[in-house]
Design a protein around this ligand. Structure first.
Ligand SMILES: O=C(CO)COP(=O)(O)O
Length: 126
């Protein structure tokens, strides 16, 4: 399973905590992330994350493009609903791509936990 991990700045601590809690599971999969999120997950959760561009510089679009080509199977995108983002069109494009291609996309911690628990229970592998 190829999993994309993305978090806005105010949600990055939540992402690190989530990824740390599920680190043994996430290690069994191929991980990709936007630049800053990915580097924090490497440094603080010890996870092997391929880091693309930072979100505002096109990272969301890179993940969306991979997803459209079938190279991303699950997205955890912890969005900050309280802060305006300069690259809002890119964010919408990524979430839309998930809907177009029927790729599971969790946009908050509660949903992400359910997806990851399901992944753990079903034993899907990379
Ligand atoms: O902005 C983002 C998603 O829209 C996340 O990008 P970073 O992980 O580079 O902060």
């Amino acid at each position: 399973m190829k999993i994309a991990l993305i978090a806005h700045d105010h949600k990055k601590d939540d992402m690190v905590a989530l990824a740390t809690a599920f680190a043994p599971l996430l290690r069994q999969h191929t991980l990709v992330g936007t630049g800053t999120t990915g580097r924090r997950l490497q440094a603080e959760a010890g996870l092997p994350v391929e880091c693309l561009l930072s979100g505002p510089l096109g990272g969301d679009l890179q993940i969306g493009a991979r997803l459209a080509m079938g190279e991303v199977n699950l997205v955890i995108f912890l969005r900050d609903p309280m802060t305006a983002q300069p690259h809002e069109p890119d964010i919408n494009a990524l979430v839309r791509a998930c809907d177009v291609h029927n790729v599971p996309c969790a946009t908050n911690v509660a949903s992400a936990r359910i997806l990851l628990q399901h992944l753990a229970a079903t034993g899907s592998r990379a």
